[in-house]
Design a binder for this molecule. Structure first.
Ligand code: ADP
Ligand code: MG
Length: 463
């Protein structure tokens, strides 16, 4: 047991002799001795202290996932260590940086605390424009969001609706508008809520008989940010409420920003008058990121999470995860978790394992015949058009046969489907190509090199 100061055993009075930051630093030093280095670096090092005292310790962590992970896996270690270091603490609570936290004043007697940030609850501080990687898929949405945070309420951008598929950054942009405004114009009143929260607040206000209070809390906004308006579908009474809130704010020239999973005009189950309000401003979409943007996002997420990931692994992940930024992010987190829990280095087999967990059996579907043809074209210097075209020139025919063979091997496509990808050839031609390549592979080095290289590149598909 480590005694840091002569301890006065009256509650935790002694902690007033010592700054809580110093205490946490010493606790961390102790945890470092007790836990594997990788675990410590990944999960303990980034934790900052907000309060430590008899009622509990409040620790700040970078993300929700991080919070859940540490809470499940390391809160006991942390609690025991704090106690061993001499503070009788009953529990450890994690808050995500930027989340407002409330500890009753009387509970935190005698305990110093870090300065608090004044920001609305539910506004995630890590969703900033700076951290939002721009690509052709989201450029316009980002520009519109920035414009709104520069001059909220300007007519042509009001309301702003950001729409698109899951995990493409809509919520990130919505919060970024809020975060930017807090920096540049701290007096602006920001109200942020998901449409679910709006609905729940409304229902609970009915139960408690204080709908007036409900209206007031939303209508005080200078900028109202509402996430996922599709959840308003079929909730007539809530829509009614939202309609009034919307109108009142809009008429006062206040800014409204909403996100949705599809173009507002295509939403069913919303009142027409609501829909026409939503469409009266600007609607911008976010699309899945292209390859280069995925690489850039992975690099950013690796850096934020303190993960040193070699470039070829980043490319490999970007090649296989195509549709969703959230998946890219959680792959990074999962790599960290694996490496940390089983104390292994991050190498290709681990990357493949994690990707396989994420993609399951949908893997080969992620690689198309076109991907293979393009790759063979690269390696043989034959144009893709020629590979799928009619020419019987030797080098073209060979590239075509190799591509056919690989489509069969890697994608398991039927011979007639393969035929269709190659300019409508029939299945006997495809079969002939497969046999020919199999034969050549027994002796021909060039065939082996090309086939080997493509298999390597798409090795993931043949795990
Ligand atoms: P959506 O609301 O569209 O479902 P989110 O905004 O929740 O998606 O994004 C999912 C995750 O991916 C978030 O952690 C977010 O930070 C991240 N993300 C999405 N797009 C980008 C981007 N362009 N750059 C950086 N991170 C992004
Ligand atoms: Mg969202």
């Amino acid at each position: 047991m480590h005694k840091l100061t002569e301890r006065v055993d009256v509650d935790n009075l002694w902690i007033t002799f010592m700054n809580h930051l110093d205490f946490w630093k010493k606790t961390k030093d102790e945890l470092k001795k007790r836990l594997p280095a990788h675990t410590f670096d990944t999960w303990l090092e980034p934790i900052e202290v907000l309060e430590i005292g008899a009622p509990g310790a409040v620790l700040q962590v970078p993300s929700q996932f991080f919070s859940e992970w540490v809470d499940t896996h390391y809160s006991k270690h942390i609690l025991n260590t704090i106690n061993d270091m001499g503070v009788k603490t009953k529990n450890v609570k994690f808050v995500v940086s930027g989340e407002e936290f409330k500890v009753e004043k009387e509970e935190s007697n005698g305990v110093t605390s870090a300065p608090r940030q004044i920001r609305p609850r539910h506004l995630n501080a890590s969703y900033t424009f700076e951290r939002f990687i721009e690509g052709p898929n989201n450029q316009f949405a980002k520009a519109a969001s920035q414009k709104v945070s520069d001059s909220p309420g300007s007519q042509s951008f009001n309301p702003l609706v950001i729409y698109g598929g899951v995990g493409l950054g809509k919520t990130h942009l919505l919060h970024a508008i809020g975060n930017e405004l807090i920096e540049t114009s701290p007096k602006t009143k920001i109200v942020i809520a998901s449409s679910e929260k709006f609905t729940l607040d409304f229902i609970s206000s009915i139960q408690k008989n204080n709908t007036a209070q409900f209206s007031k809390s939303y209508r005080k906004a200078d900028v109202l940010l509402i996430d996922d308006i599709q959840f308003f579908q079929k909730k007539e009474q809530t829509q009614e409420q939202f309609f009034h809130t919307f109108n009142e704010l809009y008429q006062l020239g206040k800014q409204i920003v909403m996100t949705a999973d599809r173009y507002p005009g295509e939403m069913s189950g919303l009142q027409d008058r609501l829909l026409s309000r939503f469409q009266s401003g600007l609607s911008v979409d976010v699309q899945p990121p292209n390859y280069e943007t995925r690489v850039a996002i992975l690099m950013e997420k690796a850096e934020i999470n303190g993960l040193d990931l070699p470039y070829d692994m980043i490319e490999f992940i970007a090649m296989h995860l195509k549709n969703n930024v959230r998946e890219l992010e959680s792959t990074i987190i999962r790599l960290l978790a694996h490496a940390s829990l089983s104390q292994v280095d991050i190498d290709f087999p681990l990357v493949k394992k994690v990707l396989k967990e994420r993609l399951g059996d949908g893997i080969s579907a992620d690689i198309s015949a076109e991907d293979i043809i393009n790759r063979v074209a690269d390696l043989t210097n034959v144009r893709t058009d020629d590979i799928v075209g009619p020419s019987r020139r030797k080098e073209i025919a060979e590239a075509r046969q190799i591509s056919v063979y690989l489509c069969r091997e890697l994608l398991g496509l039927s011979l007639s489907t393969i035929g269709m990808h190659f300019g409508g050839r029939d299945h006997t031609t495809a079969l002939h190509a497969c046999k020919k390549v199999k034969n050549s592979l027994k002796s021909d080095k060039r065939f082996n090199r090309i086939v080997g290289k493509v298999k390597d590149d798409f090795s993931f598909a043949i795990l």
